[in-house]
Design a protein around this ligand. Structure first.
Ligand SMILES: [Zn+2]
Length: 390
C-alpha cells in the first residue's frame, strides 16, 4: 500500500473508536501508542483523575528536551446525537470523489492518522532533533487534556522549537486565533409572591441586569480594540447564549442562570471584562439581592477557557510551512485551538491541518484524500527541515 492508502486505512481504524468527549478515549490512545512504539517511539500514556481518559505523548529521535517538533492533535470528537447523518458516523465510508466520511475525519483524526502513519519514516529522518506526538483528550470541552499535558511537559523541562497543531485549516497556515472563555453564572435569590416584587429577591432581575452590563461591555470592547487586530471581527466579542430562571408568572424567581462567552482578541480585554463584572456584582447586584435575602449569592463557573494565539512577527514555523505548502500569507481563524497552551512552552506554534472547519462538528463530516496527501507531504518536509538537519 502507498502512504495515502495506509493513512486512509489507519483513519478508518480511528473513526471506529467513538471518542466523544464525554466518553473514554483509552482504546484509541492505546492503539496509537502501539503504532508509535512499533516505530521506535518512547511513549507516555498520562491518564486523567477519572482514569477513563488519557493524553498520549511520544517521542522519536534524540532524547533531548530542547528543540525539535511537536505534532499535536486532539483525540476527542463532538457528539452526533440530534444530527441528521446520512452515513454511519463511526464507520468510515468513501464516495467517488475521494471524500472520506465519519465523525472526526477532519476534526481531527485525519491529521493524527497522517502523523502516525509516517512515524517509521520520521524515525529515520529525525537524526538530529526529536519529533514528538501529542494526542490529547477533552479539547472540545475546553482543552482540558492539553492544559494538563502542557503543564506536565513544562515540568519535564521540554522546550520544543515548534508545534504544529493539525486542526482543519485546509492546510492553510494559521498563526493566530482569539481565545474563548465560557461562563455559567448562577443567581440565587428568594421567592415571593409576584404581587409584591420588593418582598423577594429576584434572581431573574439580577441575571437580566448582569446581562445588560455585558451588553454595555460588548460596546466598550469595540472601542478599546487596537486598530490593526487581524481577526474577524477585529475586536473582543461577548455573546449571551442562554438565560433561564424562575417558575411562573406570579412568582418572584428564586434562581436564574446565564450562559455566556467571550472571545478575547487582545491582551487585557478579558481582565477588563472580569473586573467590570465583579465590580457590578459586588457594588450593585448583591446589595440589591441582599436587602431581603442576606445570603443571596451569584456564582460564576468557568466552563471553558481556551487561550488565544497572538500572531507574532517572528515565527520560523510559519515561514517554513508557508514555503512547504506554497502559500503566500498566513491567516487567522475564528475557532479556538490548543495552540495558545503549547505557545506557553516557548517555541513557534502554527495551526495547519487537513480538512475544512466548515465540515467539523456537522453531520456527514468528511476529509478528502487530496487533503490527506497534502498533509503527508507537509509533515514529511517539515520533519526533514526541523529534525533532520544539524
Ligand atoms: Zn478540533
Amino acid at each position: 500500500m502507498n502512504d495515502l492508502d495506509s493513512t486512509v486505512a489507519l483513519l478508518s481504524d480511528l473513526i471506529a473508536f467513538p471518542t466523544v468527549s464525554a466518553d473514554s478515549n483509552l482504546a484509541m490512545i492505546e492503539h496509537l501508542a502501539e503504532r508509535l512504539e512499533a516505530a521506535g517511539a518512547r511513549t507516555s500514556v498520562l491518564k486523567d483523575d477519572s482514569g477513563r481518559k488519557a493524553n498520549l505523548f511520544a517521542t522519536l529521535g534524540p532524547d533531548r528536551a530542547e528543540g525539535g517538533l511537536i505534532l499535536s492533535g486532539h483525540s476527542d470528537v463532538v457528539p452526533v446525537e440530534g444530527q441528521d447523518w446520512h452515513r454511519p458516523p463511526f464507520e468510515m465510508t468513501e464516495d467517488d470523489a475521494g471524500r472520506l466520511y465519519g465523525r472526526g475525519t477532519c476534526d481531527m483524526k485525519g491529521f493524527i492518522a497522517a502523523a502516525v502513519h509516517l512515524a517509521p519514516e520520521l524515525a529515520r529522518i529525525a537524526t538530529h532533533r526529536p519529533v514528538h506526538f501529542s494526542f490529547t483528550y477533552d479539547e472540545e470541552v475546553g482543552c482540558l487534556g492539553a492544559r494538563s499535558l502542557t503543564s506536565e511537559l513544562a515540568t519535564r523541562g521540554l522546550k520544543p522549537a515548534m508545534t504544529m497543531i493539525g486542526e482543519p485549516t485546509e492546510m492553510r497556515v494559521i498563526d493566530g486565533h482569539k481565545g474563548v472563555s465560557e461562563y455559567t453564572v448562577r443567581f440565587h435569590g428568594r421567592a415571593g409572591h409576584g404581587s409584591d416584587p420588593e418582598a423577594g429577591a429576584s434572581a431573574l432581575d439580577a441575571a437580566i441586569r448582569y446581562a445588560a452590563r455585558l451588553l454595555e461591555l460588548r460596546e466598550e470592547l469595540k472601542r478599546r480594540a487596537a486598530d490593526d487586530l487581524p481577526f474577524h471581527p477585529p475586536w473582543t466579542t461577548v455573546n449571551l447564549g442562554r438565560l433561564a430562571g424562575g417558575n411562573a408568572h406570579n412568582v418572584i424567581a428564586a434562581s436564574a442562570l446565564l450562559e455566556w462567552e467571550m472571545r478575547p482578541a487582545q491582551p487585557g480585554d478579558a481582565e477588563f471584562v472580569r473586573e467590570a463584572l465583579s465590580k457590578h456584582v459586588e457594588e450593585v447586584l448583591l446589595p440589591q439581592l441582599r436587602r431581603t435575602k442576606p445570603d443571596a449569592r451569584i456564582e460564576t463557573e468557568v466552563i471553558g477557557d481556551v487561550v488565544g494565539l497572538d500572531p507574532e512577527n517572528e515565527n520560523a514555523l510559519r515561514d517554513l510551512l508557508l514555503a512547504l505548502t506554497g502559500t503566500a500569507d498566513a491567516g487567522t481563524v475564528a475557532f479556538g485551538t490548543e495552540a495558545g497552551l503549547f505557545r506557553e512552552l516557548g517555541g513557534d506554534v502554527v495551526v495547519c491541518g487537513p480538512g475544512s472547519i466548515s465540515q467539523a462538528h456537522l453531520p456527514d463530516e468528511f476529509v478528502t484524500r487530496d487533503q490527506l496527501d497534502h498533509c503527508l507531504r507537509t509533515i514529511r518536509g517539515l520533519t526533514q527541515r526541523v529534525a533532520g538537519t544539524a
